[in-house]
Design a protein around this ligand. Structure first.
Ligand code: 5AD
Ligand code: FES
Length: 376
């Protein structure tokens, strides 16, 4: 196990637990470094080049990558770590994604929906704690109507004029997204989940459309939202080719935010027995994303913190610049279980914030009181 001392925390240390590179990989390290240099210079890589880079990763290559990623991240955002207050407003969902713990067919999920008053009180608490971005995240809950969300956004906008409002409520019609934008929403998170249509079909039931999800992301960009896409690392049936496509898709969509985290099985889902994504692959991809999109808002996710006690710190050291502590009322936290063993479900928001500040300070970064907009 790596020695995570205050000074010596290196995001490539995980490799001590993994397989060392073989001879053929050592032969190509110069070529792989050259691909990283080209990425840094703003050149496009082909799908095959992405595959070589991702498959050829090694501790040496990861150190080379992470150093560049940190350098770019510090050039663009300094040592600042932006915080987003996550409010999980409903765990009802009409969808049945095979990986997700709040899928509609999970009869063991205990369902809840926050009231307008509860959400505003989360925002109030969050504001006092220094948050200037609120993320309303939830399943695709038909009872949370377009009008209700619009009024919710208006109320937050009126009560917290200096804060950014991010929505993460799934796929919606263009007109709905337009009305929410006009009501005061600034950003929208909708992970594309995978840029490979066949892979998409293996993660979702037939009634869900890859095309519709992609269209939704294009609509968000067209409407002027700061748009976030993203995917899980190590999801079932994912190949390196899928990841190469994700990178090409992100290059083309040009999102302001990219959320990635390891897939983690949830025991009540069809993927309950599958293996989780790894720390090392997630970190490597975070580094690549920083090089691909120097200004991108890149969270070290809760899922990353769930698979490793230092996951979020390592995510920042690999090029991340955002963390998203939970602001949901403690009483509902454990019910928003997308995957097993999710961290921070028992802690008050205030505890999470001071814990997060300490964690970021321990690696030489600083949680800031700021909306943390995309520096376009
Ligand atoms: N493991 C990791 N991430 C998950 N998500 C959903 N289920 C899981 C899981 N089992 C992610 C999806 C979704 C986001 C809100 O959470 O990528 O878009
Ligand atoms: Fe939640 Fe540490 S960030 S307890």
């Amino acid at each position: 196990m790596a020695d995570f001392t205050r000074a010596g925390l290196r995001p490539s240390d995980w490799w001590r637990e993994a397989v060392r590179p073989g001879a053929e990989q050592i032969e190509t390290i110069t070529e792989l470094k050259r691909l990283i240099d080209r990425l840094e210079a703003g050149e496009s890589l082909t799908e095959d080049e992405w595959v070589s880079l991702i498959e050829g990763r090694s501790p040496e290559l990861a150190d080379y990558l992470f150093e560049k990623a940190r350098c770019i991240r510090e050039r663009e955002y300094g040592k600042a770590v932006y915080v987003r207050g996550l409010i999980e407003c409903s765990n009802y969902c009409k969808n049945d994604c095979l990986y997700c713990g709040i899928r509609r067919s999970n009869r063991n999920a205990s369902r809840y929906r926050l009231s307008r008053e509860e959400i505003l009180s989360c925002c109030e608490n969050g504001y006092q704690l220094g948050f200037r971005t609120f993320v309303l995240q939830g399943g695709e809950d038909p009872a949370m109507t377009d009008d209700w969300v619009m009024e919710m956004v208006q109320a937050i906008r009126a009560g917290f004029p200096d804060c950014a409002i991010t929505l993460s409520l799934g796929e919606k019609k263009y007109d709905t997204l337009k009305r929410w934008k006009e009501a005061g929403a600034d950003r929208y998170l909708l992970r594309h989940e995978t840029a490979d249509a066949c892979h998409y079909a293996s993660l979702h039931p037939a009634e869900m459309s890859f095309e519709h999800r992609m269209q939704c992301l294009r609509d968000l960009k067209a409407l002027g939202y700061q748009t976030g896409c993203g995917f899980m690392v190590g999801s079932p049936h994912q190949t390196t080719h899928c990841l190469a496509r994700d990178m090409r898709f992100i290059e083309e969509l040009d999102p302001e935010m990219v959320g990635i985290g390891p897939f983690i099985p949830q025991h009540d889902t069809p993927f309950g027995g599958e293996a989780a994504g790894t720390l090392e692959e997630t970190l490597f991809l975070l580094g690549l994303l920083r090089l691909l999109k120097p200004k991108v808002l890149l969270p070290a996710t809760t899922a990353l913190g769930t698979i490793h006690p230092m996951g979020r710190e390592l995510g920042i050291l690999a090029g991340g610049n955002v963390v998203m502590p939970n602001l949901s009322p403690v009483g509902v936290r454990a019910k928003y279980m997308l995957y097993d063993n999710k961290i921070c479900t028992g802690d008050e928001a205030a505890e999470c914030v001071s814990c997060m500040k300490r964690r970021m300070e321990s690696i030489g970064y600083e949680v800031v009181v700021d909306r943390g907009d995309y520096k376009g």
